[in-house]
Design a protein around this ligand. Sequence first.
Ligand code: SF4
Length: 212
Amino acid sequence: MQLFQNRERVEEIRKRLLEKFPNSKTELRYETNFQLLVSVVLSAQCTDKRVNLITPHLFKKFPTPEKLSKASLDEVQNLISSCNLFQNKSKYLISLSKKLLEDFDGVVPLDAKALQTLSGVGQKTANVVLIENGENLMAVDTHVFRVSHRLGLAFSKSATATEKELSETFVTDLAQLHQAMVLFGRYICKAKNPECENCFLKEICESSDKSI
Ligand code: SF4
C-alpha cells in the first residue's frame, strides 16, 4: 500500500464525487431488508438492471424468508434463470432464508459478522446491506475497484484490501462515496471507453487518457 496520499487531492476527489452524486442510493429496487439482501446476492456478477427485471417476479411469489425458505430449487431457478450463476444463487437464497428463520427470527441482522454466516453473503454483500441501512462503510465492487485504482486512491490487488485502503483514506462519507463511485464507474469511468474527455476529475486523475 502506498502510504502517502496527497491530502488536498483526496479531499478534492471526495468533494467532487459527493457534489456530482449527492444523496445517491443503490439502483437495486427493494422494499424490505430481506429483499435488499436477496437483490444484493443476485447482483454478484450480474447487473443491477438485470436484477431489477428478475426481482419483481421473485418477490411477488416469495416476498419473505418464510415463503422463500419453503420454495423448491426448481421454482427459484426458473425465476432467476437469466441471472449469472443462477444455480448457485438459487441454493443460497433458499438456504439463507432458512437460516434467517432459524437463527435470526426471520429478521436480517444488521451486523457484518452475522450477515456473513448466511449463504452467499461475503464481506462486500454484507457491507452493501449495511450501507443501505446508514452505516459508514465502504464496499468494493468491480466499479469501485476500477475507479479507485485509476484515480490512484488504492493500490491493493484484492477487493478486501482496497476496501481497507479507501476506508483509511477517506474515513468519513464512506457510504456516500461508495454509492458515488459505483455510479461514476457505471456511467463515466467505465471499464471500456471511460469518458475521460468529459470527466469532472480529468485534471487530477492519474489515468486520464492512459486507461483508454
Ligand atoms: S479521467 Fe478517465 S480514467 Fe480518470 S477518473 Fe475520469 S473517466 Fe476515469
